[in-house]
Design a protein around this ligand. Sequence first.
Ligand code: NAD
Ligand code: UD1
Length: 348
Amino acid sequence: MKNKILVTGGAGYIGSHTCIALHQAGYDIVVYDNLSNSSREAINRVSTLIGQPIEFIEGDIRDTELLRQVFTKHEFFGVIHFAGLKAVGESVAKPLLYYNNNVSGTITLLEAMAEANVKNLVFSSSATVYGDPEVLPIDETSPRSCTNPYGQSKLTVEHILEELAATNDGWNLIPLRYFNPVGAHPSGQIGEDPNDIPNNLMPYISQVAVGKLEKLSIFGNDYPTVDGTGVRDFIHVTDLAQGHVAALNYLQKQVGQDKYSSIGFLPINLGTGKGTSVLELVTAFSKVSGQDILYQFDARRAGDIASCYASADKAKELLGWEAKLSINEMCQDTWRWQSMNPNGYNIA
Ligand code: NAD
Ligand code: UD1
């Protein structure tokens, strides 16, 4: 069985951690990234951690010609497709950029895959496709809806994959719906490196802890939750990385079967199944880091929901995968990365 994987967006936060997990699981990887939200330093550090150079192509998923060359040069088993823009606020200001990058980019990638007859794909989807869920925990059959262009771009790609699988033979398409990825590699060498002031909770907390930001604003303390603050399903990025390995192993097993019929479109949640409130996360981080985290309560953030956590049963049943790491480990590893790299990959 071929074991070479094209990893689009492999220089990014989740991609870089997944490259390590893929290498450890025996997969050969080729990383394809335009570095629009990442740096070569991440690739260098992944190479150091795995003890060998990584094949890296600086390129855009909207570049048909370059993709054609890459698929001609390499014989891939499949693609893990992380490449995409992910800032919700920016997507509201620049919807065309988000649809162009995330939707047109994915179509261009799928065309290149079809041409090369590579039909195995793991796609980075998001729990954002569930909108404001009616029932918790959220399973894969829950209704989907989105309120911002970022979420719409993920949902649109899911619809495209669904239609492709329904109308064309041979496709094996697994959108993994991530809940809230946090944490960093236990070495402290790679982690999340937001460009600007972080939008997401964990990087904001860790920058307050390290003294880069003064105070956390907690958006809302009047939600119908355990302490009034929002509840999310935080998942350690290394658990998430293992989820991608499990998805690929599943594809390898299915495709290798005698009476193989294609998997089609198979969405799977990657979450822990447990909800943690914003205040609970702040308290855990403060304890683990030994730092005071100053915070104040502010108004709810537009578009936020009260609670969101996964049913992780499908991943366990089909992929044999479940998240193992605790909230404390998520905080510990984030803190190690943040305190060892207060300026992220910007080492100058
Ligand atoms: P990231 O920004 O760190 O990584 C994305 C990578 O894709 C970056 O390295 C960027 O340079 C690259 N990229 C973007 N557009 C590209 C293009 N046109 N061509 C080539 N490369 C391109 O983000 P991440 O947190 O690692 O997220 C990875 C994927 O998972 C994204 O698709 C994101 O939408 C999705 N996702 C992330 C989260 C999260 O909380 N981090 C949650 C759900 C889903
Ligand atoms: C957000 C995005 C979602 C995206 C995900 C991962 C929105 C509405 N949703 O999810 O589409 O898939 O990030 O990129 O932007 N919080 C604070 N103070 C902060 C930051 C966050 O109190 O400074 C709270 C939020 O109100 C929320 C929780 O922390 O209750 C988690 O927020 P965040 O980390 O931004 O993730 P999501 O909102 O779940």
